[in-house]
Design a binder for this molecule. Structure first.
Ligand code: SF4
Ligand code: F3S
Ligand code: FES
Length: 238
């Protein structure tokens, strides 16, 4: 089948503002949007800049706005979003500075991630077996959903609160904090909750749900945020 890829282009070295360019691409219905972008880059216009690594939905590097919604280009099948002759629009994710074309500067996003202590804190000596801090299956289950995050930024860059104020820590960082706050082996939950109770912390979330809809890993992002809010309200970590 034939589709048109309408791509938002911007080269800060030569352009004053972004513009759209459209490319006709021959694809299989089961190709991914990433395959179509590769066709453009490899066969039509080598100046197109995009970021991708694994091409299999694991690394989180190719989040982009496809037909107005955040998705991973390597996970979206053309047949699920277009028919023969259709035009698919592709833009960089919103709310982060564009470096070139579809590539954004992820540093502000990762600064929010680092701010929530996204690592296990446990200062007790290792247990007698010398190797593992054991945990029951139920305790492990408590934060299972948020372990699936691949830091693609699809959630944070679809959030209206983040668009309005880039200082908002954003759903991805809260998901990362959740993963450790509710880990029974961790000892820094209160510190993380304190960080998230700040002005640009979790209370900036207005329950818009865009984050949950955008997450390519199917994480219940809004639910996780709600659990963090509840822990802050009650002082109890359940
Ligand atoms: Fe991506 Fe989902 Fe993690 Fe957000 S929660 S960064 S959308 S994987
Ligand atoms: Fe934003 Fe998600 Fe909250 S979209 S407002 S972080 S529910
Ligand atoms: Fe790794 Fe798409 S290229 S998630």
């Amino acid at each position: 089948m034939k589709i048109n890829l309408k791509i938002k282009r911007f080269n800060p070295e030569t352009d004053k503002k972004p513009h759209w360019e459209t490319y006709a691409v021959e694809v299989e219905p089961t190709d991914r949007v990433l395959d179509a972008l590769h066709d453009v880059k490899w066969n039509q216009d080598g100046t197109l800049a995009l970021r991708r690594s694994c091409a299999h939905g694991v690394c989180g590097s190719d989040a982009m706005r496809i037909n107005g919604r955040n998705m991973l280009a390597c996970k979206v099948l053309i047949q699920n979003i277009a028919k023969d002759g259709d035009t698919i629009t592709v833009e960089p994710i919103l709310g982060l500075p564009v470096v070139k074309d579809l590539i954004v500067d992820m540093e502000p996003f990762f600064a929010h991630y680092r701010a929530v202590m996204p690592y296990l804190v446990n200062n007790d000596p290792l247990p007698a077996n010398g190797r593992e801090r054991l945990q029951s299956p139920a305790d492990r289950e408590r934060y299972d959903d948020t372990t699936k995050c691949i830091l693609c930024a699809a959630c944070t860059t679809s959030c209206p609160s983040f668009w309005a104020r880039g200082e908002y820590v954003g759903p991805a960082a809260i998901v990362q904090a959740h993963r450790f706050i509710f880990d029974s082996r961790d000892q820094a939950a209160q510190q993380r909750l304190e960080i998230l109770s700040a002005q640009d912390g979790v209370w900036r979330c207005r329950t818009a749900f865009n984050c949950t809809e955008a997450c390519p890993r199917g994480i219940q992002v809004t639910k996780a945020i709600g659990e963090v809010k509840e822990a802050l309200r009650t002082g109890v970590i359940r």
